[in-house]
Design a binder for this molecule. Sequence first.
Ligand code: KIV
Length: 267
Amino acid sequence: MLTVPEFTARKNKQGAEKLKISMLTCYDSSFAKIVNESSIDCILVGDSSAMVMHGHSSTVHATTKMIATHVSAVARGAPDKFIIGDLPFLSIRKDLKSSVEACKKLIQAGAHAVKMEGIQGNAELVHHLVHSGVPVMGHLGLTPQFVHQLGGMKVQGKSIEAAEQILRDARAFEQAGAFALVLECVPSDVARKITAALTIPTIGIGAGPDTDGQVLVLHDLLGFDPTFKPKFLRRYLNGHELMLSAFERFHTDVQSGTFPTPEESYT
Ligand code: KIV
């Protein structure tokens, strides 16, 4: 299992020795078992679960209870993987006590670290968590919990000022003690500059090739939704077509009476 010190070590290796970090989201035990068998470095139990698993229109519908339930399912399926639990919308914006309580729920459910969107107003909390034994992964750029503030799911850091603000926030995450940083939907050159400026690894999604790692949403990688086509997404399976065809074949076999055969029946 990748450990927090190994995330930093990966960043510091050079040349052929340098291994990028692969992170995949996962929300349930059966997929987690397959990810556990793979070489994927770590699993993010993202608040994208609100959309992917629960059909909500945005991640603001995720709750700590929802993420903790998915974390415990994933932890049972993937005992060999480093698991990061996502802190949902507003779960860390009330007071220190309830923020710590939310983190405790995710860690006790089986997460090894938590991820939080945005550093402004959260720096002291990151410091407090890190010094309480809770590793923190930051998330900047397009932070989907800010969808209403940002006016939609748009690429961030396109102007010089916006890019400089993301760099300042990235440094603030690092200074507060975060061990890694997700950069979502920012121009490649912005991600490259931030990656070069930090001592902690960056993990990109829609942030170009120069981050220290890459993350994708599992269901996107598997091609479950043919209508979701962001520029950054590479599909590694035509999951929608494959599953639809399996369902149709089952239906046809049931209708024609060719399933089950005597071999598939008890005597
Ligand atoms: O919730 C999530 O899946 C995420 C990734 C897109 C980084 O935050």
